[in-house]
Design a protein around this ligand. Sequence first.
Ligand SMILES: Cc1cc2nc3c(=O)[nH]c(=O)nc-3n(C[C@H](O)[C@H](O)[C@H](O)COP(=O)(O)O)c2cc1C
Length: 372
Amino acid sequence: MEHPGHGPGAEAIRDYYFGGSGAESTLSWNRRDWDAIELVPRVLRNVAHLDTTVDLAGRRIPVPLVVAPMAYTSLLHPRAEAVIAEAAARHGVSYCLSTRSAVPLEEVADAFRRGLKLRGGSGTKPLLAFQLYVMRDHRFSDSLVRRAAKSGYEAIYVTVDAPFIGIRMRDRENSFAVPEEFLSANISEELEGWVVEESETRFGSGVSSARFSGLAPDPGVDWSGLGDIIDLADGMLVFLKGVLSAADLALAGGLPVAGVVVSNHGGRQLDGSISTARALYRMESELREYRGAVLVDGAISSGADVVRALGLGAKAAMVGRHLARALYERGEEGLDRAVSLLVEDVKVSLALAGASRPEMVERSQLLVPPGW
Ligand SMILES: Cc1cc2nc3c(=O)[nH]c(=O)nc-3n(C[C@H](O)[C@H](O)[C@H](O)COP(=O)(O)O)c2cc1C
């Protein structure tokens, strides 16, 4: 059978994957604003011994790169979640699986461990993480956290920028809906065992949970409601994904969480939201106070982007569509090459910037446009 990513509905799948919300302004600003930051390399800094490891909330990882959680990657390539997790681990890149995975989270953890084995060595290990949407029916999200802990996931990224799913015009025009077998693959056991309320309307649930309203994000979660998830995560690191304002970074600083991801969900939520480069830049003074780890994502596709992110104060960068596109267009080998090239590019870019370690990139090496 032809895979849906290359079959008759392929264009709608590409639109879902590579498009954004509204007029797609934020989607384009993410890229525009990384490009707008010019780098000022330092020289003669002895970069003969490069150490690319970084400390992410007490856990050392080999490179400051994490694969961003993306829903239904398997629409692009069979068993994509497992394929990407294995390739990431093989090259020392950390990986975060989406709640909306079409491969059960246990199998993705196995694939990640296979990748670690192939990587070999006894050095630092990349981190395996699970992204959580707090769902309207908390039984689903709670059960996912428990299963993730049991399967060896070490961190949870709680997505906080999606009380509702943003309206993506291309999906509406295409009447795009994720096929049901993809929707429920990660939670099929729970769906079978529990009575599930079916939604009558697609409003606010978007393409990914049209039928089961209990699986849609819970719009009622607030800062005080995060306590339950933090308790449930029991020992796993908890990150909040989707912070754009300095005020929210300060609030996160008051919670026992490991860190935050400065993210606008790849321009898929509130269109018109600030680009991530600019949002991170504007957090300068709060970053001095903040004790957790800050990550950033949004159109990251090169070592130079990672150097820019580090210069703005991030510990690591998350990479989404750049890798999804490599797998979609060039298959497993293409993905492998893309991951390995990105890791090499991070190393070379650090060296060329004059930094033998990621922490050595200085903010003064970034020329940021006036008015940011
Ligand atoms: C198709 C697609 C699905 C996504 N699904 C999720 C998701 O399930 N959970 C989540 O927290 N973020 C999700 N994101 C957002 C990514 O984690 C990340 O924030 C964003 O894609 C980064 O931007 P980039 O793709 O430009 O690198 C998704 C992004 C895309 C493109």
